[in-house]
Write a protein that binds this ligand. Structure first.
Ligand code: NDP
Length: 332
């Protein structure tokens, strides 16, 4: 194994600080000195990967970097860990693809504590169609449930609905029996969003006006991937006792809001992070994703690309042009 070469996408910085992505041939001797050697079958492209590969955001902390914040594959050598050769494992988050080498490589060495076993009723391809985005969507749904939002509470709204997190959130909520409203900036995605289970579609434009501190209430819950004024509008339009799960900043990292929704409508704003999410909660979320996300939804949500196609897809995702999830097949 040590002698044979395999391909990986590497990011390097040139003298002007520009990020350059190239496919390179590596051997296992080039990989980080971590315990578990994995033959990577699939990875995925998340918004954060798009920022890293295109050099748009300051995501990469060590150079050179193999990006890819998600991977699924088979253990080749578990080292001193409890993992055995042949085990199928999933990795999302933990700063992999930012600080530590990630999934855009046919082989990778990682820490055992970053891994969870692949859920029995999921294939590797399905696990990456879910990936960080889907895990985050599930964590958002769990946050709404913990806030007391039930299918009969009223409509739940999802922003950035045709993106990765948004698509899985719409499909999950609809399958759980919630009435789902989807906010999208792209008319071309309306049929897709209805297919995932959205019963109401709102355009980004109609939601764009700066909200008053309180607007007419209409949401029992919200999953927001966009941030900025859209998040402040969702808060201002929340029902009494609603929960809003905020996980993203595809529009803006700022939150120009007031305290009114919190002190007059008892609205709960719950932050959601998947990167450092504790293992027990991850396992709970993965088990629920494996049983509560219909397979035909996962098929509708994902598109499969090769390592060579990543730079082009990375540019597309940061321009908000990707529909659903992008899975990277490392064997293509
Ligand atoms: P995607 O690019 O797949 O989806 C984002 C969607 O947001 C787009 O498809 C678009 O949806 C919408 N959008 C894009 N730009 C704007 C804009 N300027 N104004 C309003 N809407 C916009 O990304 P992901 O789904 O992978 O990630 C979504 C967000 O969630 C990102 O900010 C990401 O960093 C964050 N995230 C956070 C995680 C966490 O652990 N907290 C984990 C994963 C992601 P449409 O076309 O339907 O309008």
């Amino acid at each position: 194994m040590t002698d044979s070469t395999f391909k990986a996408l590497l990011l390097r910085q040139d003298e002007a600080g520009k990020t350059c992505a190239t496919i390179e041939q590596l051997t296992t001797a080039d990989l980080p000195d971590e315990q578990v050697l994995i033959r990577v079958e699939y990875s995925s492209l998340n918004y954060k990967d798009g920022l890293a590969v295109s050099g748009t955001g300051k995501i990469v902390l060590n150079w050179p970097m193999v990006p890819g914040i998600d991977l699924v594959g088979t253990v080749v050598d578990g080292g001193e860990s409890d993992y055995q050769a042949g085990d199928q494992v999933v990795l999302t988050g933990w700063s992999v693809g930012e600080k530590y080498w990630g999934g855009y490589s046919q082989f990778q060495r990682v820490r055992p504590e970053w891994l969870v076993p692949l859920a029995q009723n999921l294939t590797g391809l399905q696990a990456m169609a879910i990936g960080t985005a889907g895990l985050t969507a599930m964590l958002c749904v769990m946050a709404l449930e913990e806030g007391g939002v039930k299918p009969d509470s009223g409509t739940v709204v999802v922003s950035g609905a045709a993106g990765g997190v948004g698509s899985v959130a719409v499909a999950l909520l609809a399958n759980l029996g919630y009435r789902v409203a989807a906010i999208t900036g792209r008319e071309s995605t309306h049929t897709y969003l209805k297919q995932l289970g959205a019963s109401q579609i709102l355009s980004r434009e109609e939601m764009a006006a700066r909200p008053r501190p309180l607007e007419k209430s209409r949401w029992a819950g919200a999953i927001d991937t966009v941030g900025g004024e859209l998040l402040s509008r969702l808060l201002a339009e929340s029902d009494y006792g609603a929960t809003v799960a905020a996980c993203g900043l595809a529009g803006d990292y700022k939150l120009p809001s007031t305290v009114m929704p919190f002190i007059l409508r008892n609205v709960r704003l719950q932050g959601v992070d998947s990167v450092m999410c504790p293992v027990a909660r991850r396992l709970q979320a993965w088990n629920r994703l494996a049983s509560e996300l219909p397979q035909e939804m996962l098929t509708a949500i994902n598109q499969v690309v090769s390592l060579e196609q990543i730079p082009e897809r990375a540019d597309a995702i940061i321009k908000g042009q990707v529909q659903g999830r992008v899975v990277v097949d490392l064997q293509l």
